[in-house]
Write a protein that binds this ligand. Structure first.
Ligand code: G3P
Ligand code: CA
Length: 308
């Protein structure tokens, strides 16, 4: 009898925990940054629309906004003198005429570089943005020039104090309700959420794994997310992540599901049909056209670009 009771103890405990969780679990609340954008599918310009112009530049952000993108996505690093700078890689070679780690140069040195130097639309035949004054912006400049534009901001460096500086910059500019902050560094997200409560964030890698596992077990309704957006690729390491079931579960937990990096229109259509709420794309023009919100890039040719 005693052995039988012991045999039942573990499963009964699990059922009790699951029941308790299902009674107390709460979906995420829609953050102000998304509420302001309504219910239509969102177009998020990945790095400002890196397929169309030099990534993570004021030039790109200005044009993507003018094109009609709903949100601007950007990446943050720190200069050697502790300024928040908007650049994707930890090193300078891929996008600028500089060399070495971003973190080794001061803001003045970083801003002396040409951030349009490597951009080419024809595989290196031509470099139309070289010498045009495009440079690495500070995050403060982006906040100053685009105060009302919703932003997806990615913390690229952990353990360097970036999280607190980001919170300070958002608070100082009055833009805490204009951003979704994400990171591949789970500890950065934890730190950011502690230092900046109430600011919308996206799921870090561990949270994505937990959500995938719960969905797979049919236990998605137990989740009380500490984040408001789910930013995921369609596939990761050959495995399909963005299943219809996962997107349904995420949506049921109040999450805004944003798929990256979706550049071709058939893929855009596919993920929207699966239930994605937003397309993070290098080509916001293609997404806008697909959604019937077309804006002609040609009309932008004389658009006044922000000067350095
Ligand atoms: O939003 C997530 C996406 O930006 C991650 O990709 O490498 O372009 O930062 P990456
Ligand atoms: Ca990014």
């Amino acid at each position: 009898m005693l052995r039988f009771a012991r045999f039942l103890l573990a499963p009964l405990l699990l059922i009790a925990i699951a029941l308790l969780l299902s009674l107390t679990s709460r979906p995420a609340e829609r953050p102000a940054v998304l509420a302001a954008l309504g219910d239509r599918p969102l177009v998020i310009a990945h790095r400002g629309g890196r397929g169309l112009w030099p990534e993570n530049s004021l030039f790109a952000f200005e044009r993507a906004s003018a094109l009609g993108a709903d949100m601007l996505e950007m990446d943050l690093h720190l200069s050697s003198d502790g300024e928040l700078v908007v650049i994707h890689d930890a090193t300078l070679e891929r996008t600028t005429n500089g060399q070495g780690p971003v973190a080794a140069l001061s803001l003045e040195q970083l801003q002396a570089l040409d951030a349009g130097y490597r951009w080419s639309a024809d595989g290196g035949e031509s470099y139309p943005y070289r010498g045009q004054g495009i440079r690495i912006p500070t995050f403060a400049e982006v906040l100053q020039h685009f105060p009302d534009t919703p932003k997806v901001v990615e913390i690229k460096v952990a353990d360097a104090g970036l999280e607190e500086r980001l919170c300070e910059a958002l608070t100082r500019s009055g833009q805490r309700d204009r951003v979704i902050v994400g990171s591949f560094h789970e500890r950065s997200l934890k730190l950011f959420r502690q230092s900046c409560p109430g600011v919308a964030t996206s799921a870090g890698p561990a949270s994505v794994r937990l959500l995938v596992a719960l969905d797979w077990l049919g236990l998605g309704s137990l989740l009380s997310p500490s984040y408001q957006a789910l930013q995921i690729p369609e596939r990761h390491n050959g495995l399909a992540i963005a299943s219809a079931s996962l997107l349904r579960t995420a949506s049921g937990r109040g999450l805004n599901v944003q798929l990256w990096t979706i550049n071709e229109q058939p893929a855009m259509r596919r993920v929207l049909d699966l239930g994605a709420n937003a397309l993070i794309t290098d080509y916001p023009d293609r997404a806008l056209q697909l959604l019937g919100r077309s804006t002609q890039i040609g009309a932008l040719s004389n658009y006044p670009a922000l000067t350095p």
